[in-house]
Design a protein around this ligand. Structure first.
Ligand SMILES: NC(=O)c1ccc[n+]([C@@H]2O[C@H](COP(=O)([O-])OP(=O)(O)OC[C@H]3O[C@@H](n4cnc5c(N)ncnc54)[C@H](OP(=O)(O)O)[C@@H]3O)[C@@H](O)[C@H]2O)c1
Length: 305
């Protein structure tokens, strides 16, 4: 398949593109940050008039995986208009264009569409209730994709891994703090289901290959608190876990509200793919193996500024 990946200078896009290359011809959309990648770069700001059509004309893909977004919660609160244009209006335009051209589409959304008040795991049938601008606009985006192009697949993800900036993911935050002798705190009252971004990338490609349509939870199968996650990262890297202090998100001072429970059931997706999703410990082992093999440096080398 010829695949086009948006958001390639981001945490998910770059790792997904590298994973997909082993089986597919990959091109990516980038605004000007990347260079020297082993895949083709189509330069575009996707909010420019006509950009969606011109990148599809340039890449002629069979499938698009749309990772580009305003994914920083605080930035979304600061600029709701930009958040809506990127997270809701752009996916709608892309879905319309993909449908018109017969291109398969996977759209990436977030676990954060839920308010976290449920006891237990959320399924795809549960009704979202976004707590902030990021979550609200991401929900609008997934609904717009579903309305414009019902055959598209929408995946709610939660990811960690090595990013081009070196500081995009929570795992990098804990690693960077602890390896520099700094203290870190981790929320004990926020539960989530992290998945190594390379696994997420492989799964998103499989979802397109299998021709899945509709909404799926594509998160890790194991819920844990953000504090627990930090401790797991520290143990994996042989760093001092006692320098991570347990903290309540209510004392964080963050503007954007965080849902306390983002445990999402992955039953629908594992059934559709006919295989269990990768367990947390395997992903964390791979995250550490990547560190030993110089993968973080490789990822950062593609970013020119
Ligand atoms: N990170 C997480 O923990 C997490 C959790 C749940 C869901 N998600 C979802 O997963 C997806 C990927 O997230 P991420 O963490 O990889 O995001 P990220 O690292 O912030 O990357 C966002 C990407 O979007 C690109 N982009 C933004 N505006 C653009 C524009 N106008 N034209 C072209 N590209 C543009 C950015 O390019 P520039 O570098 O040029 O700005 C960047 O490549 C998003 O849909 C996000 O909502 C992420």
């Amino acid at each position: 398949m010829k695949l086009l990946v948006t958001g390639a200078s981001g945490l998910l896009g770059i790792n997904l593109a590298l994973e997909a290359m082993s089986a597919h011809e990959v091109a990516v959309v980038d605004r000007g940050k990347l260079s020297g990648t082993p895949f083709r770069i189509v330069r575009a700001d996707l909010l420019d008039a006509g950009a969606v059509d011109s990148v599809l004309d340039a890449a002629q893909p069979d499938g698009v995986i749309h990772c580009a977004a305003l994914a920083d919660l605080e930035a979304c609160e600061a600029d709701p208009d930009l958040a809506r244009r990127l997270n809701a209006h752009l996916p709608a335009r892309l879905a319309r264009a993909c449908k018109a051209r017969g291109i398969r589409m996977a759209h990436v959304s977030t676990d954060a569409v839920f308010d976290g008040s449920k006891q237990g795991a959320y399924t795809e049938a549960d009704v979202p209730n976004p707590l902030g601008v990021y979550a609200q606009t991401k929900l609008e985006g997934e609904q717009a994709v579903g309305a414009e192009y019902p055959e598209a697949v929408v995946a709610r993800v939660n990811i960690y891994g090595w990013s081009p900036s070196g500081k995009r993911s929570l795992a990098e935050f804990f690693y960077n703090c602890l390896s520099n002798g700094l203290k870190a705190s981790g929320f004990t009252d926020v539960t989530f289901c992290p998945m190594l971004v390379n696994d997420t990338g492989r799964i998103l490609v499989k979802m397109l290959e299998h021709g899945l349509s509709g909404l799926y939870h594509a998160v890790g199968p194991q819920p844990m608190s953000k504090y627990q996650f930090g401790v797991e990262v520290a143990r994996q890297f042989g760093l001092d876990e006692s320098t991570i202090s347990p903290k309540s998100v209510l004392d964080s001072g963050l503007t954007a509200r965080r849902a306390p429970n983002l445990w999402l059931s992955t039953h629908r997706l594992s059934t559709a793919l006919g295989e269990p999703l990768p367990v947390f410990s395997t992903g964390l082992d791979q995250f550490y193996a990547q560190f030993q093999q110089g993968y973080p440096q490789k990822i950062r080398s593609y970013q020119q500024m």
